[in-house]
Design a protein around this ligand. Structure first.
Ligand SMILES: NC(=O)c1ccc[n+]([C@@H]2O[C@H](COP(=O)([O-])OP(=O)(O)OC[C@H]3O[C@@H](n4cnc5c(N)ncnc54)[C@H](OP(=O)(O)O)[C@@H]3O)[C@@H](O)[C@H]2O)c1
Length: 264
């Protein structure tokens, strides 16, 4: 079981903290060769050092994923230095909470570039090789927010809805090809995500923060998904009911208006 990923090459975006860093450690423990990317070189260096010291295999490249040429350059280097990727985890992303009309456009544009464009672009660049090899797994890190377009998270929720639709379309398109595309729809997880969201211009405290689960729960879900590839997984599992809330109760939520925002 420990060696099930031996010989597999896994690229994890946003590996410098939180869920991505936990995934990188976890995949390396299961003998995958982990390729990591993010902007903070010191964090990646330290993590790669820890993984190697524990006997694992890790490499990293610093990349601002909001930049399209940088993404292409990243994959050119990955291909030249390591070879073709078996598992792509589109994890890099960030949130912001508040009235959309007070959100700095630079932050909104960067959120779309990282949460949406980078995931679509890296997938597009890596799929042909996966299809040629008839094996591969793309995992898009989404959120229950994708199905709950609530007050305060207009761009974030829309970015995750994109990932949900994108993953489902590709899952169906690629069925039978040996390549799986999955979405992990996460509830709140204990990471730097909330601190990051607050640190942006006019960013408020995200209401769900106090319900966050430990990142180890997400690792377990990743393991299950890798062993039994499927279209979608919710973490924690009971949050699969969240997909029913909007279609069933959207009309009741509408009159609440910006209730959560006012409570900030
Ligand atoms: N935590 C939650 O409650 C929660 C819930 C649902 C979904 N998610 C999703 O889980 C994913 C990981 O978030 P997290 O909770 O682990 O938060 P986190 O600890 O803040 O990690 C975010 C990661 O994204 C990277 N990133 C951000 N902007 C980037 C850019 N321009 N270029 C390259 N990398 C960039 C960051 O690296 P650098 O800053 O070093 O670039 C960091 O490694 C996100 O997609 C998030 O939407 C989180």
């Amino acid at each position: 079981m420990e060696n099930e990923l031996a010989g597999k090459i896994a690229l994890v975006t946003g590996a410098s903290s939180g869920i991505g860093a936990a995934f990188a450690r976890f995949l390396a423990e299961h003998r995958a060769h982990v390729l990591m990317t993010a902007r903070r070189a010191d964090r990646l260096e330290e993590l790669a050092g820890d993984i190697r010291a524990a006997g694992g295999k890790a490499d990293y490249w610093v990349c601002d994923l909001s930049d399209a040429p940088a993404r292409e350059d990243l994959l050119r280097k990955v291909k030249a230095d390591v070879g073709s990727v078996d598992i792509l985890i589109n994890n890099a992303g960030f949130g912001w909470y508040g009235y959309y009309h007070t959100m700095a456009w630079e932050d909104a544009a960067r959120m779309l570039a990282v949460n949406v464009e980078a995931a679509a672009h890296l997938t597009r660049l890596l799929l042909p090789d996966m299809l040629a090899k008839k094996t591969g797994h793309v995992i898009n890190i989404s959120s229950i927010a994708g199905g709950l377009p609530n007050q305060g998270i207009a761009i974030y929720s829309a970015s995750k809805a994109f990932l949900d639709a994108f993953s489902t379309s590709l899952y169906r398109e690629l069925r039978g090809s040996g390549v799986t595309v999955s979405a992990m729809r996460l509830g709140p997880v204990e990471t730097e995500f909330y601190e990051q969201a607050r640190s942006l211009e006019n960013g408020g405290a995200v209401p769900a923060e106090q319900f966050a689960i430990p990142v180890a729960r997400v690792n377990r879900a990743l393991w299950s998904l890798l062993r039994h590839p499927r279209r979608v997984v919710y973490v924690p599992g009971w949050l699969s009911i969240s997909r029913l809330l909007e279609p069933l109760f959207g009309n009741l939520i509408d009159p609440l208006g910006p209730l959560l925002l006012r409570r900030k």
